[in-house]
Write a protein that binds this ligand. Structure first.
Ligand code: ATP
Ligand code: MG
Length: 402
């Protein structure tokens, strides 16, 4: 017996005091995007839920994409039956037979939305519960904490039955809290930062700095592959590829002491801010985590961050590496991140980068680089933007966002 419908629920806590209608609409949009390879599915928003009519689509294949949709608290595969007591009994028994692991206790919960149905919900609970008990003599009723709660909704034209509840991804719907520009390196941290930002309802565009030909094409491909993993939670995401070689070589030619990283990072920030403003992003997201490396001490983060006005969001700032790695593994980016392709910032590294850069000194060095603004502008102009859309490549019946 295969599910014919799926009931999707929203997180009640996240909904409190917020614009429910907008919230639900944006979840529905993400669901439609994620399931677009399955063309037979019909979408209905009703009673604060979304109900999918599968039209023959295979429920098992939908589990993975549905699990990635932020704003969904849970979902249930559902079965339909005619508004007929005998058919309902038979379906209820079949659903209980499918339950895995086999339950010791159960409860039936009938809701009669259709008041024309001649039997009231209490009586229906007894009729269906009795049929289940006859089919499974070892099973017991527990109305307080049953192993399985079999819900039956008696609707206008049909009944809907479901028991299994799968946890959803939680969080805020994608984009419901605005848009941010993710600084995406090929490392472990920034993809995780991007994931957490999306879970909090931020739509993303991403920016990556490369130093081609010093860094390889493969390292650029790695960043695209990482972003494709994040698309699994969002749909297509824009990626801005910034050629950083010219600026990087020029800064390195003018200054190669312990503030080099600070200077390079400030330029990356400025370029990112311009790209963010051009695309309507209201914040910059980075994978910085306090204390990880010389450029992530408080003085360093301040010296780097003060180059821009836009708010900086650092979701990992107080997380330890093991926690970050666990998330990276669970979202499938870890394996890609540890591939050994070079990053632009590992080129021309100073022997001992400063952990305590003085912002005044940094500004003074920059004031002597009278070509800086021009180089930044040139880098912004030669930025190439691509849209990463894993679904566009695989329009077959088995693909979710991946
Ligand atoms: P990650 O694992 O994300 O690379 P990291 O611990 O290696 O982080 P850094 O290399 O110091 O830290 O980078 C700090 C942050 O700066 C990154 O998390 C990322 O947001 C941004 N960043 C670094 N390199 C790049 C790059 N080449 N392109 C875009 N953003 C970058
Ligand atoms: Mg890095």
């Amino acid at each position: 017996m295969k599910p014919e419908q799926v009931v999707l629920r929203f997180g009640e806590l996240t909904l409190k005091g917020r614009n429910r209608h907008r919230f639900e609409k944006s979840v529905l949009n993400t669901v439609r995007g994620a399931l677009r390879p399955w063309r037979t599915i019909q979408y209905n928003r009703e009673f604060g839920r979304i109900v999918l009519r599968l039209g023959g689509a295979d429920y098992e294949a939908l589990i993975d994409p549905l699990r990635r949709i932020f704003g969904l608290s849970s979902f249930s595969p559902a079965y339909t039956a005619a508004l007929d007591t005998e058919e309902l009994k038979e379906r209820a028994v079949r659903i209980m037979r499918q339950a895995n692991p086999a339950p010791a206790t159960f409860k039936v919960n009938v809701r009669r939305a259709n008041k024309n149905f001649p039997i009231d919900s209490q009586e229906m609970n007894r009729i269906i519960g009795g049929a289940v008990l006859r089919a499974f003599p070892d099973l017991k009723v527990d109305v307080h904490r049953p192993d399985v709660e079999l819900k039956i909704e008696l609707r206008e034209t049909e009944a809907l039955l479901y028991s299994q509840v799968k946890p959803g991804a939680g969080g805020f719907p994608y984009g419901s809290n605005g848009k941010a520009m993710l600084m995406l390196s090929g490392g472990i941290d920034s993809p995780v930062a991007g994931y957490l930002a999306m879970r909090q309802g931020l739509a993303l565009e991403a920016v990556h700095f490369h130093s081609y030909p010093y860094t390889s094409e493969r390292s650029q491909q790695k960043v695209k592959d990482l972003l494709a993993k994040l698309c699994g939670y969002a749909g297509p995401i824009k990626l801005h590829m910034v050629p950083f070689t010219s600026l990087q070589t020029r800064i390195h030619g003018a200054y190669r002491e312990n503030l080099l990283i600070t200077l390079l990072r400030r330029s990356m920030m400025r370029i990112t801010e311009r790209l963010a403003e051009a695309s309507g992003a209201g914040a910059i997201v980075t994978g910085e985590s306090l204390g990880q490396v010389a450029s992530q001490t408080l003085p360093s983060m301040n010296a780097i961050g003060s180059a821009v006005q836009l708010p900086l969001i650092r979701p990992l700032v107080c997380m330890e590496k093991q926690e970050i790695i666990r998330i990276a593994e669970s979202i499938g980016t870890y394996e890609l991140s540890i591939l050994p392709y070079e990053d632009c910032c590992t080129l021309f590294l100073p022997p001992s980068p400063s952990t305590n850069p003085n912002p005044k000194v940094v500004r003074s060095i920059e004031s002597h680089m009278n070509w800086l603004e021009e180089e930044i502008e040139a880098a912004v102009k030669s930025t190439e933007t691509v849209v990463i859309d894993p679904l566009a490549k695989r329009q077959d019946e088995t693909a979710g966002f991946f």
